[in-house]
Ligand binder design. Structure first.
Ligand SMILES: [Ca+2]
Length: 490
């Protein structure tokens, strides 16, 4: 009930502003995909790497609680102050708007007093653990650009795990552990992000910094994105070129800041004392007044605009790319394998625009999306149109399977399945969630090869071998394919 009301508020907001606002220039440029320039040949397009601006991503999420009936107020109950078990004059009643604490109050506009907040039922079933999962879903890959900040209205939990998913909630990895006692709760030594370095930036740590119960005034828990950026960009994030360079070349680093979902696992509420006071269990509960998540749509550096339409985020792809993340070339623009844009060279980057397909023979196969055993597709008559359809059908089915079962591109990754953490381990020169993208300076040719190994003319040779068409490179050193006969039409 609350969720639907929450979403309708979102829908209203979205109609007012479906396009996000520009990102401050201090974070680099990349806010234009192309511009017209004058050359000797006249006006032409100059293409650049581009990305949507960072924005408040809580406007576009769906929230789910587990257990679903964990919110307080049904039936109504009173709860007590943590510091004084006899101060029990607060009431939660889901049927009275003034006394209800539904989940959407974690994402409404804060700034007025008192705060509005979501609240769980109290720990009346102690010693059964009081545990709540709060899942935030975007149904879209997003890149985090600022700290995740969770503000508690209750004491900060004694034990909590922040988790992330890169595959729409199918698999989860821990992002950070939080506990009053990391060793006791998670068998981990307590650490702070400041203990990390460039080399250990991806380490998953347990921190005790944010779990000091009700004894301190602070109510906030951070997941420190900016501190991790600072290992590359400096303490004031002025050297973003360095960070972007690292993001460009290190898939694991880029993936670290990329999510489709976040999950806050509240495992044990603030107790504030060594023992739980079983006579006053109405003191123990979770309450959250605000969650901040800043990020941008992941569009592979092929879009500056991300549109929220029909409860869905989609990149408005440029550079002749298409797909929700601009992850492939448009039809008839598959003249070379798709690849993401590159932040390098700073500040304009490289667009890696998809180019028109080789015109003399129609649409060539998509080399970067084709999986092995092409020859087993039994292309009986290569001159017919049907084999091309068969190729594209098989390709999309395989991509779908690979998403569901966590396959990696067998040519681009060390293993053809994800590792225990749900990630594909890419070979040298290869990147992307499924190891089917090439790092700058590499091109796809049965895996990523240094550019000088895979020169454009071989695309035509590959086309010939895969389709058995009677074609050949038009001339040495070109990528165009020409019919072998009659030569007069070449
Ligand atoms: Ca609030």
């Amino acid at each position: 009930m609350y969720l639907s009301r929450f979403l309708s508020i979102h829908a209203l907001w979205v109609t007012v502003s479906s396009v996000m606002q520009p990102y401050p220039l201090v974070w680099g440029h990349y806010d234009v995909c192309k511009t017209q320039i004058y050359t000797e040949e006249g006006k032409v397009w100059d293409y650049m790497a581009c990305q949507p601006e960072s924005t408040d991503m809580t406007k576009y999420l769906k929230v789910k609680l587990d257990p679903p009936d964990i919110t307080c107020g049904d039936p109504p109950e009173t709860f007590c102050a943590m510091g004084n078990p006899y101060m029990c004059n607060n009431e939660c009643d889901a049927s009275t708007p003034e006394l209800a604490h539904p989940p959407e109050l974690m994402f409404d506009f804060e700034g007025r007093h008192p705060s509005t907040f979501w609240q769980s039922a109290t720990w009346k079933e102690y010693p059964k653990p009081l545990q709540v999962n709060i899942t935030l879903s975007w149904s879209k890959t997003i890149e985090l650009t600022d700290n995740i900040v969770i503000t508690f209205e209750s004491g900060r939990p004694d034990q909590m795990i922040l988790e992330k998913s890169l595959d729409y909630g199918r698999t989860w990895q821990p992002y950070q552990y939080y506990a009053t006692d990391c060793l006791d709760a998670f068998h981990m030594d307590p650490k702070s992000v400041k203990d990390l370095s460039q080399h250990t930036v991806l380490e998953i740590i347990c921190t005790e910094e944010y779990s000091t119960g009700y004894m301190t005034n602070s109510k906030i828990i951070h997941f420190e994105i900016k501190d991790r950026f600072a290992f590359f960009a400096g303490p004031w994030l002025r050297n973003m070129a360095s960070l972007y360079g690292q993001l460009d070349t290190t898939k694991k680093l880029r993936d670290f800041f990329t999510v489709t979902d976040l999950r806050i696992r509240l495992l044990r509420p603030a107790v504030g004392e060594i023992f739980v006071d079983e006579l006053h269990l109405a003191r123990y509960f979770y309450a959250i007044s605000d969650i901040k998540v800043h990020g941008r749509c992941k569009c592979n550096l092929h879009a500056t605009v991300c549109v929220y339409d029909n409860s869905k985020l989609t990149c408005e792809c440029e550079h002749n790319t298409t797909g929700p993340d601009c992850g492939k070339c448009k039809k008839n623009y598959q003249g070379r394998p798709w690849s993401p844009g590159s932040y390098l060279p700073i500040p304009k980057g490289t667009a890696n625009t998809c180019i028109p397909s080789i015109s003399s023979i129609g649409t060539p196969p998509k080399f970067n999306r084709i999986w092995p055993n092409i020859s087993s597709l039994e292309v009986s008559n290569p001159k017919q149109v049907a084999p091309k359809l068969a190729l594209s059908t098989v390709s999309s089915v395989q991509v779908a399977n690979h998403k569901r079962e966590c396959y990696c591109n067998p040519l681009g990754s060390v293993h053809d399945r994800c590792n225990g953490s749900g990630f594909c381990e890419c070979k040298t020169g290869t990147t992307g969630p499924k190891c089917d993208e090439c790092l700058p300076g590499n091109s796809w040719h049965y895996g990523c090869q240094r550019a000088n190994v895979y020169s454009l003319p071989s695309m035509c040779s590959e086309f010939i071998s895969q389709t058995q068409q009677l074609v050949r490179p038009c001339s040495p050193g070109t990528s165009r394919c020409c019919s072998q006969v009659p030569s007069s039409q070449v």
